[in-house]
Design a protein around this ligand. Sequence first.
Ligand code: GLN
Length: 454
Amino acid sequence: RVDAVDGPAESGVHAFLHVDADGALAAAADVDARRAAGERLGPLAGVPLALKDVITTSDMPTTAGSRILDGWRPPYDATIARRLREADVVVLGKTNMDEFAMGSSTENSAFGPTRNPWDMTRIPGGSGGGSAASLAAYEAPLAIGTDTGGSIRQPAALTGTVGVKPTYGGVSRYGLIACASSLDQAGPCARTVLDAALLHSVVAGHDALDATSIDQPVPDVVGAARRGAEGDLTGLRVGVVKEFGGEGYQAGVEARFNDAVAQLSKLGAEVVEVSCPNFVYALPAYYLILPSEVSSNLARFDAMRYGLRVGDDGTRSAEEVMNRTRGAGFGAEAKRRIMLGTYALSSGYYDAYYGQAQKVRTLVARDFEAAFGRVDVLVSPTTPTTAFPIGERVDDPLAMYRNDLCTIPSNLAGNASASFPCGLADEDGLPVGLHVMAPVLADDRLYRVGAALE
Ligand code: GLN
């Protein structure tokens, strides 16, 4: 039993912002009682799960890692939360994250960082560091993350766990507090590939409440994981992205990546090198598109509608209360991105920045299209380095942003991608992730590859 946030069970990892011990125990007892009564149970009955605190839950607070949502209780459950309950999953609580999912280390959480269970002086990745750390610390077997530029895959890589970003529109965004709506995608986090597939199959599928939800059958991810586990990849064409590697990549990361590629070929896959020339522009384009959407999405936190309200003593105007609330409620990174985005969208600059970035986005999507004409999946390291020390990159946003070099193209294009553990780097003994990218709605291919390597 997890008794309290930061209690003995967490041992300083700080994966959770909120633990619903009573609710979880009641849900587990309910599953037991219904099982004893011979009732038909959901597919993940009684399995505990950690939910990233950006998913709204009517029975628990939801903070998105921000002070600005202080005291706010969502009036409804996100579709993901509802589907988890229908599957009889036991939700343990809400996990720590970078504020509004902006960050690569979980150090931007207003509630303090999460530590990497592999080395408590290091970050667990971000923004979904809490979800990944809860798995690596064996606090939960399953977790839900969200991935706007890598926030499921990068923490998975740095904690030696499995993280999947489904095809954009594959999992409902209804009730997911928006970071950048055209990039955000929730998905499964787990310690094994089959566990991730089972969770994927429970949360994925069309939702009329999300206008961008895809109205098509969910790919057979569980079947693919089971077939992949047989270890035969004959007929699979794998493309190694030429642009990702070399300078800036840690030697131990490259070594484990090369081992994984050699293993794929040993299992029967045909491996070729593929060039995606526009992928190198994905990162700068993302850091215009994302802040633009953030500046618009975070405008709703106006001191009137949600959570925190500062300075409302009856003498101040609504505008002043709003200014004080946003000043006190948002952290430095949220403010930086609101300002960048407001600038990029302002008249006179829109075409030069936002408009150009959208063109790059199209070029990145075309690179994927061309590549997937030749191969079934693309691979790269998930991150250029293993987990870095807490504090190392907090004052250097550009160094922080470079973590997402390899993961961002899939968010721009909307295709499915995942990170699978592929061993430990020699120099520091820390986990390395293999990044696998598949076409839109071919999420099953990720699981086939991941399970074959496991
Ligand atoms: N680290 C990236 C960012 O800061 C990705 C965030 C995410 O995927 N939510 O924007």
